[in-house]
Design a protein around this ligand. Structure first.
Ligand code: SF4
Length: 176
């Protein structure tokens, strides 16, 4: 198991370094810029939790790139079934927008958009627009209300989503 884990980690790192080389970035749509934060095993610097007192959220993006337009948060997803072309799954969109908001508030720098990268090659852009900010704030409020009420309901019937979900073991609505 440990060997498998090390192999998977090495593979993820190899893919990431490939992505982050200038040539492959141009090809895949990853912007040029300084990668100054990475939450990945084996990186030379530690990634710290980002926190927003305004929104009441915290988290660690996989990677932050400082570009000419501002800071771009990047999330890497191993989804076996990426969404349709140019689309992002709603939960990944919430996560990526949350990182945009966290970076903007904590680092005080402009965040033009975030990126979600599926299966190592499918780069999807999440614009950090005013309407997406409002959507994020509403979603956070809805999640917090559901947590308080302790009665969140599953909103899909996709076994595939449940089988890859990180909270499956604790979820009483997981599809088996
Ligand atoms: S396991 Fe639960 S939280 Fe995860 S996707 Fe399924 S229903 Fe949603």
């Amino acid at each position: 198991m440990t060997v498998l884990l090390m192999a998977v980690t090495a593979m993820v790192l190899a893919i990431l370094f490939f992505w982050l080389s200038a040539r492959s970035r141009r090809r895949t749509g990853i912007p040029a810029g300084e990668v100054f934060y990475q939450d990945l095993v084996g990186q030379p610097f530690a990634a710290h939790d980002l926190r927003s007192l305004t929104l009441g959220i915290s988290g660690k993006p996989d990677c932050l790139i400082r570009t000419a337009e501002g800071i771009v948060p990047v999330e890497l997803k191993n989804s076996k079934r990426p969404p349709a072309r140019d689309e992002v799954y709603p939960n990944h969109m919430i996560q990526n927008l949350a990182y945009c908001a966290l970076v903007e508030e904590q680092l005080g720098e402009r965040v033009p958009y975030g990126l979600v990268i599926y299966a190592g090659q499918q780069v999807r852009r999440v614009e950090f627009t005013d309407s997406n900010r409002k959507w994020l704030i509403n979603m956070i409020a809805a999640v917090q209300a559901a947590r308080l009420a302790k009665q969140a309901k599953r909103n899909h019937n996709q076994r595939g989503r449940c089988s890859g979900c990180s909270v499956r073991e604790k979820c009483d609505q997981a599809l088996r």
